[in-house]
Design a protein around this ligand. Structure first.
Ligand code: MG
Length: 299
């Protein structure tokens, strides 16, 4: 396990505590002010002024502290992953048999924080679709973002050469490339809601002409980083709209997810539509296709 220790002033420690208010607080060890747990790092501030970072993310967090002469809460701290401005990205639709894969990367400036908070932005999975439909257009209007929608026909084509993880890596990277262009640069704080190990992420991007680096990977990032939460909401909204369009175009009520109700829907859909139609609305490599088609053949 990586352990890094750096000295901090009482003011820096107080500001650090403020920064960590959304992290999980642990029982305070002896002679310590506090101890917080992040997904990849435990941070303990001791009364002696030493702050200890332990875990996979230790170097990342400790370095971001050390690089600054003073940790000043009143200044927006670009070197800390929770600081502003921040860019975050997330994807939607990868667990759904029907409908596209959508990735959004979003840039949040310090002055956007209160606005985002006032809309009740959080992980799109925790929000009702109706709420997402209300707030996403407001976010899209105000925030610089890049939105990529991989429709099913194209997805099935791309999937012949790439697995789902590779597709996600390339879409996230492309979203950041576009965001960089739109925003004339990216802040040092870039966070991906982690779906793959960092090393694998860059390995999947080996052949890409342009690769955005120095990204912080963290699971459940949409709960901690508002830029990721905003990206998640905008992506979910685009997914919902695309899904509505599919239902309308095929006059069919497609279910979400990839469960039994999806198998049933495939069978019903194929009674009045062709395999080529299915290619336009579904991620064909999911096991659901085989399951449903086998039982159609048996009939
Ligand atoms: Mg995610």
């Amino acid at each position: 396990m990586t352990v890094k220790t750096i000295p901090m002033t009482p003011q820096q420690i107080a500001a650090l505590k403020q920064k960590l208010q959304h992290a999980k607080e642990r029982k305070t060890p002896p002679y310590a002010h506090f101890q917080y747990e992040l997904s990849d790092c435990v941070i303990t501030a001791y009364e002696s002024g030493k702050v200890v970072f332990q875990g996979e993310g230790a170097a990342f967090y400790a370095d971001s502290m050390e690089n600054r002469p003073a940790f000043d809460e009143t200044k927006n701290d670009a070197s800390f992953p929770g600081g502003f401005p921040q860019a975050g990205s997330d994807e939607v639709g990868t667990g759904d048999y029907f409908g596209p894969v959508v990735v959004c990367a979003c840039l949040l400036q310090p002055q956007d924080a209160a606005f985002v908070q006032s809309l009740g932005v959080q992980d799109s999975k925790a929000l009702q679709d109706a709420h997402i439909r209300n707030i996403a257009p407001l976010l899209q209007e105000r925030l610089c973002h890049s939105l990529l929608i991989l429709d099913n026909a194209r997805y099935n084509q791309v999937h012949e050469q790439n697995n789902m993880v590779a597709i996600k890596c390339k879409l996230h990277n492309q979203a950041y490339v576009h965001l960089q262009r739109k925003a004339n640069g990216l802040p040092p704080n870039r966070i991906i809601d982690q779906f793959v190990q960092e090393k694998s992420y860059y390995r999947y991007l080996r052949d890409q002409p342009s690769v955005i680096r120095d990204i912080h990977f963290e699971t459940k990032a949409e709960n901690k980083y508002p830029a990721v939460a905003c990206a998640s909401v905008i992506a979910r909204y685009a997914f919902l709209k695309a899904f509505d369009q599919l239902c309308e175009r095929y006059a069919f009520s497609f279910p979400k997810g990839a469960g039994k109700q999806v198998d049933e829907a495939i069978r019903t859909f194929l009674q009045s539509h062709s395999m080529e139609d299915l290619r336009q609305v579904a991620k064909l490599h999911f096991a659901n296709t085989k399951k449903a088609c086998l039982s159609v053949d048996q009939k």
